[in-house]
Write a protein that binds this ligand. Structure first.
Ligand code: AMP
Ligand code: GLY
Length: 427
């Protein structure tokens, strides 16, 4: 098969790494890719958001199967545009991708299908949003309706903070049109997990659980990011909880989307809060998580490519995937300044030495080649990943990889996996 992966971050590096190992994959392209991806695929300079150029590229290169990494091209209808010219792709149609593209749509969908989630209100009027906030009290959560690169959610400890969030989203438009509408919701207490399932329109196949670390600082302090590190599986999601998540969250979502005329194909990524009453859905994403994808790919034993084509072909019913028993853990190295304005162009050294450590895989997230040097070219820059028999072991090895990389222009959290490591210590 001639395969094209769309995207250029750590998730797409992990996907390309796994796909390049498939005996079914003859040719692997990535648009736009990055210097890490270039080690396993041919990178082509087409933006992941330029739908017409991606379709033209897939036609020109006679691509058999397109794997879409990020949400933006999915929401913009890349899978539909490819289908219109007879090219098969992994990922949902634009209609099904609305689940991630609009939080207001998503919350109403949860309500229609009895999917457990936080109580909420949706508002196009700032004064009404503020009145709702005053009526509910703090802590309370304010969310921009549209896509805001994981930054459009403000957890307000006071009603004044919540009012300020409404002003910055709706009046100052810090997230642009994504803030034309806000969702205000009840603050949920518990531990957060990411859960992934492959879906083919009607059948859902559980993949694995992971735990992300969204806050920029150690001990979960500071502003939210796209994710500073993750590990999989998380011991919190045992077999019983997984069965409950499949039954209460994933199954009604799959059947609900199908019943509403937008059957979902691709990967469903549920962000769940495990509360005292059970799992509650914070959000759905219509793609693999980043950096969760990096740890999932490290653990996947089966060939990824037939699993993704089975999703596109509606053939998941009798499919089975095998996973390594080990834990995988990823530490994100970000450019100084992130999640504000990251500093670009700083030189990264020691990548080859880190790659030589057995069990360590360094995925590139936001890098660029500058002559023979690799330089930072984004917020999240590297995803240093390792496997181990326990979370503690995987963590130690991942940080060994991190410490081998010489990059004064970057930083990372030093405590990825801390909840699970603490649990392992008390065992
Ligand atoms: P979202 O993009 O909606 O998943 O929100 C980003 C992050 O904000 C989540 O991963 C949670 O850590 C946090 N969050 C969102 N909604 C809530 C909520 N209702 N209660 C507590 N934390 C939340
Ligand atoms: N790591 C969270 C996300 O991909 O949205």
């Amino acid at each position: 098969m001639r395969v094209l992966v769309v995207g250029g971050g750590g998730r797409e590096h992990a996907l390309c790494w796994a796909l390049s190992a498939s005996p079914l994959c003859d040719v692997l392209y990535c648009a736009p890719g990055n210097p890490g991806i270039a080690q396993v695929a041919t990178c082509l300079p087409v933006s992941a958001e330029d739908v017409p150029s991606l379709v033209a590229l897939a036609q020109k290169e006679k691509i058999d199967f397109v794997v879409v990494g990020p949400e933006a091209p999915l929401v913009a209808g890349l899978v539909d545009a490819l289908a219109a010219v007879g090219i098969k792709a992994f990922g949902p149609s634009a209609k099904a991708a609305r689940l991630e593209g609009s939080k207001a749509f998503m919350k109403d969908f949860f309500a229609r299908h009895n999917i457990p989630t936080a109580a909420y209100g949706r508002f196009t009027d700032a004064a009404k949003a503020k009145a709702f906030i005053d009526a509910k009290g703090a802590p309370i959560v304010v969310k921009a309706d549209g896509l805001a690169a994981g930054k459009g959610v403000i957890i307000a400890k006071t009603t004044a903070e919540a009012h300020a969030a409404v002003d910055s989203i709706m009046t100052e438009k810090v997230f642009g049109a994504a803030g034309n509408e806000v969702v205000v919701e009840e603050f949920l207490e518990g531990e957060e997990v990411s859960f992934f399932a492959l879906v083919d329109g009607t059948t859902a196949l559980p993949l694995a659980s992971a735990q992300d670390h969204k806050a920029v600082g150690d001990g979960d302090t500071g502003p939210n990011t796209g994710g500073m590190g993750a590990y999989s599986p998380t011991p919190l999601v045992n077999d019983a909880l997984q069965a409950r998540i499949m039954k209460e969250v994933i199954a009604p979502t799959v059947s609900g989307l199908a019943a509403e005329g937008s059957p979902f194909k691709g990967v469903l990524f549920a962000g769940l809060m495990i509360t005292k009453e059970g799992p509650k859905t914070l959000e759905f994403n219509v793609r693999f998580g980043d950096p969760e994808c990096e740890v999932l790919m490290m653990r996947l034993k089966s060939d990824l490519l037939p699993a993704l084509t089975a999703s596109a072909d509606g053939q998941l019913k009798n499919f089975d995937l095998r996973w390594k028993d080990e834990t995988a853990l990823v530490v994100i190295m970000a450019a100084n300044g992130y999640p504000g304005t990251p500093q670009k162009g700083t030189v990264i050294q020691g990548l080859d030495d880190a790659a030589k450590i057995p069990g360590v895989q360094v995925f590139h997230a936001g890098t660029k080649a500058n002559g023979s040097a690799i330089v930072a070219n984004g917020g999240r820059v590297l995803a240093v990943t390792a496997t181990g028999k326990s979370v503690s072991e995987a963590q130690a090895l991942a940080y060994k990889g991190v410490d081998t990389i010489k990059w004064p222009g970057g930083f990372c959290r030093r405590d990825i996996g801390w909840r699970a490591v603490a649990r392992e210590k008390t065992r």
